[in-house]
Structure formats: structure tokens, C-alpha cells
Design a protein around this ligand. Structure first.
Ligand SMILES: [Zn+2]
Length: 123
């Protein structure tokens, strides 16, 4: 059976998978901020199709560590270095992610199906 996999549907599944993997907590080291919502952040921007629906490219952050605070993913140019320095992710992890980012991938139905198949265990 072929189901229509929209961007919206895949990104929702990607977000849910990331939340479950993170234990529904902000992954920023020692975050103790009281927050009422969590965001799934694309470590490499989702314009990189090769990483758009890939769980490894997700990190769960509270609004402060996502966009608001000075150390947030969107404001701190050294955000990735901080994750490595604090052991949240490794240097090797980012090497692999960068390699995948550089791979040219078109957003085809076959690609979306492949990503869906990897994420569906989180359904
Ligand atoms: Zn946080």
C-alpha cells in the first residue's frame, strides 16, 4: 500500500520521534528552566533534504535554548561546539552529520518513504 507522505506528516513524525528519544526534556546541558513547550530543532537546517526527516539531525530544546536565550541554537554561533564540549553530542557525530548534509538528495517520494520507514517505529 502506498500512502501519501507529505512534508507536514513526516516532520510531525520526526518531531515525535525526537521527543521520545529525548525523554520529553530539553537536551541542552543542565537545563533547569520551567517551560511549557518543547521544540524539535533541526541541527542542520531542513533545507538540507538529506537531513530533513533524519532523527540524528534533531535535538529537543525548550524555547529559551531554541531561540530566545543568548546561548540558544539560533543565537549562539558556537552552539554545536557547546554540545560537543558538554558531551551532549560528539565530534564524530557532527562529522557524520556534515557528510550527510553534503550529500545531494532530492525530496522524492522514494526518499520520503525511506525516511518514513526509519521513523515509523516511533508511531
Ligand atoms: Zn532548555
Amino acid at each position: 500500500m502506498v500512502i501519501k507522505l507529505t512534508d507536514k506528516k513526516l516532520l510531525k513524525l520526526w518531531r515525535n520521534a525526537a521527543l521520545e528519544r529525548a525523554g520529553y526534556k530539553c537536551e541542552f546541558p543542565d537545563c533547569n528552566i520551567k517551560y511549557s513547550q518543547l521544540h524539535a530543532h533541526h541541527i542542520y537546517h531542513r533545507s538540507h533534504v538529506s537531513l530533513r526527516y533524519v532523527l540524528e539531525n534533531a535535538i529537543i530544546l525548550c524555547p529559551h535554548h531554541h531561540t530566545l536565550g543568548s546561548l540558544s541554537a539560533h543565537k549562539n554561533p558556537d552552539f554545536k561546539d557547546h554540545l560537543v564540549a558538554t558531551g551532549v553530542r560528539t565530534e564524530e557525530f557532527f562529522d557524520r552529520l556534515r557528510e550527510e548534509r553534503n550529500r545531494v538528495q532530492k525530496n522524492t517520494a522514494v526518499w520520503k518513504q525511506e525516511c518514513y520507514d526509519r521513523l515509523k517505529i516511533y508511531l
